[in-house]
Design a protein around this ligand. Structure first.
Ligand code: BV8
Length: 271
């Protein structure tokens, strides 16, 4: 089947569906300049995200984890939604019962105009008190992004300053209410995903899942597509290479999401 005939079949499923779910991962933000978790360079060459995005890492080295997120926040300031984000926002306007479930924490879907969005793994631009996880404190605030790390190269901020110079102070700030350390408002590895039950409910009622730019490695997020598939939904997978979810897809559209989505969604007239 040619890509165009694959595309036509996918367009007709999208035109006919009533309760679609769009599920996105880091790949949908790649063309906006947001580094993915598993691309060659990775987010931070000397550290795997899974090592840094955990409560244990924060307890062990709060400065390292805080500077990892400060670096990502400062990079995000130069990132804008891309054509793929806007195409998904447009799809919501023609499918009023659609939900967007994103694994991304960059906020680019909301900035592109999507409103029925579940940010499964939280929002990097929110600071939250570390004592919120056990309900002892409810403090949170918009992140204050300042260039807390000196200009960094492509592969991330300079490693720890040589001993002769004081490393940049990336102490996490303190909570105004209880004095606990502030942390980014994201879900770390090993932490429960508060919105997952809602997403499984949405998936079990969906009649189509458009999976975009995810390796399908992280759970329980990836299972949202599997639950929808199990409930009989059509699955379309858009990625530059096969992922863990391609095996359950009815259609695999290989390509960059910023190029594929406007062709897939922009030309599909409202139902
Ligand atoms: C939990 C926020 C339990 C932080 C993130 C089975 C069941 C349950 C849990 C597990 C399980 N197996 C393993 C686990 C543990 C773990 C996990 O999944 N580990 C992985 C590493 C195996 N899961 C958890 O810990 C979850 N919590 O299970 O809790 C629990 C229950 C009760 C009580 C206590 C505990 C929490 C997981 C959430 C972690 N937080 N983000 C932050 O951002 O710093 S996950 C983070 O990584 C992202 O949010 C995202 O979800 C994930 C990266 O995945 P992708 O988005 O897919 O990105 P990736 O780089 O992998 O791939 C990019 C894709 O895009 C590629 O396919 C590429 O080809 C494609 N691409 C690139 N460019 C383009 C493109 N496609 C299209 N166009 C392009 N231009």
């Amino acid at each position: 089947m040619t890509i165009e005939s694959e595309m036509n079949a996918a367009r007709s499923w999208i035109r006919e569906c009533e309760r679609p779910i769009v599920m996105t991962g880091a790949g949908v933000s790649a063309e906006s300049g947001v580094p993915t978790f598993r691309d060659a360079g990775g987010l931070w060459r000397n550290h795997r995200p899974e090592e840094l995005a955990t409560p244990e890492a924060f307890d062990r080295d709060p400065e390292l984890v805080w500077s990892f997120y400060s670096w990502r926040r400062s990079r995000l300031r130069h990132c804008e939604p891309n054509a793929g984000h806007f195409a998904i926002a447009e799809m919501e306007r023609s499918h009023p019962d659609m939900w967007l479930v994103t694994q991304n924490v960059d906020g680019l879907h909301r900035r592109a105009g999507s409103s029925r969005v579940v940010e499964l793994h939280g929002d990097i631009m929110i600071d939250r008190c570390e004592n919120a996880s056990d309900g002892a404190c409810s403090f949170e605030r918009p992140a204050r992004v300042s260039e807390v790390v000196s200009e960094e190269g492509e592969d991330g901020p300079p490693q720890r300053e040589p001993p002769q110079r004081e490393p940049p102070q990336c102490e996490p700030p303190r909570c105004d209410q209880c004095g606990g350390r502030l942390r980014p408002g994201v879900v770390w590895f090993g932490e429960p995903v508060p919105a997952i039950e809602k997403c499984f409910e949405l998936a079990s009622a969906a009649d189509l899942v458009l999976v975009v730019g995810t390796s399908g490695v992280v759970e329980p997020a990836a299972s949202v597509a599997r639950v929808a598939r199990g409930a009989g939904a059509k699955v379309i997978d858009v990625n530059i290479e096969p992922s863990m979810l391609t095996e359950i897809a009815d259609s695999f559209l290989r390509g960059a999401s910023a190029e594929i989505l406007p062709r897939l969604l922009g030309e599909s007239p409202a139902r």
